[in-house]
Design a protein around this ligand. Structure first.
Ligand SMILES: C[S@@+](CC[C@H](N)C(=O)[O-])C[C@H]1O[C@@H](n2cnc3c(N)ncnc32)[C@H](O)[C@@H]1O
Length: 257
């Protein structure tokens, strides 16, 4: 793994990757403050899409099950979470134990065949886990999994526009420097949380497991693959905080149909 930044600064231990670690590392970033700021809007969006006859939800790249936990009390939900990390799925199943309407499957989303379609498909911080040459394939697969009148919810961290590899690295570093600084100011910082944010930053710069893109890339990819944007919310940074000059930088919640 190349975990040395342009600056030559080595910030996370060689070979350390939070996705190969117990789920506590990943979960360290999903603090109550983060969930309130960034993930509660997902719950509200799902709530607004519910129908009296019930709603089927497919959560692609569901990870450790934080999102199902957030919607466990919404009535009429039948939920299936998919992820390829067995230890993350163990944590998700543990969280949702006893909730028969919440099930999980261990699978690669690019390979798994479903025998049904879903009213809502969502992918929360999952799109950036696919290398850029695979992203359109992911979007096409989402289309196949969605019921005819279905909705797709996408959550993505959008970095600033870049022209080349050096600029890309610079934009990723800028995004995470600000994110870490903001988190320090707004949440209790723990060593594990700091190590995890830094590791995600380093994996993103190195292009290992994390393949971030900018806002325009996402909009174009979904448009080219037949999706229309119905709604978008920039959930981070908060509205009144100008961390970035470009309003297209930050965490976005998109609703596509
Ligand atoms: C950043 S985590 C997001 C987890 C969860 N959605 C959340 O927001 O808390 C990304 C997840 O994508 C999963 N993932 C990556 N590639 C995948 C693939 N090809 N098929 C299924 N899951 C995948 C990883 O295992 C990881 O759990």
């Amino acid at each position: 793994m190349n975990n040395i930044h342009q600056s030559g600064r080595q910030t996370t231990a060689p070979g350390f990757n939070i996705y190969n670690q117990p789920p506590d590392y990943y979960d360290a970033t999903l603090s109550p403050e983060y969930i309130e700021q960034c993930f509660m809007p997902i719950r509200r969006l799902i709530d607004s899409l519910r129908k009296p006859e019930g709603v089927s939800i497919l959560d692609l790249c569901c990870g450790t099950g934080v999102i199902p936990d957030l919607i466990r009390d919404l009535g009429g939900v039948s939920y299936l979470g998919l992820d390829l990390n067995p230890t993350f799925l163990d944590r998700a199943r543990e969280r949702m134990a006893g909730n028969e309407h919440f099930t999980f499957v261990e699978a690669d989303l690019l390979k798994h065949q479903f025998d049904r379609r879903f009213d809502i498909v969502m992918m929360i911080n999952g799109y950036h886990h696919f290398e850029n040459h695979l992203k359109s394939q992911v979007v096409k697969r989402v289309h196949e999994m969605l019921a005819p009148e279905g909705s797709f919810i996408l959550y993505e961290m959008c970095i600033s526009t870049y022209e080349n590899r050096d600029e890309f690295a610079h934009m990723v570093l800028d995004f995470y420097e600000k994110r870490i600084e903001w988190t320090r100011k707004n949440e209790p910082m723990t060593p594990k949380k700091l190590a995890t944010w830094k590791n995600v930053r380093d994996l993103s710069v190195a292009g290992e497991d994390e393949y971030k893109v900018d806002y325009d890339y996402i909009r174009k990819d979904f448009h080219a693959n037949g999706f229309a944007l119905k709604q978008e919310i920039r959930v981070w940074p908060p509205e009144n905080e100008d961390l970035f000059d470009d309003p297209r930088v930050g965490d976005f919640l998109f609703l596509f149909e």
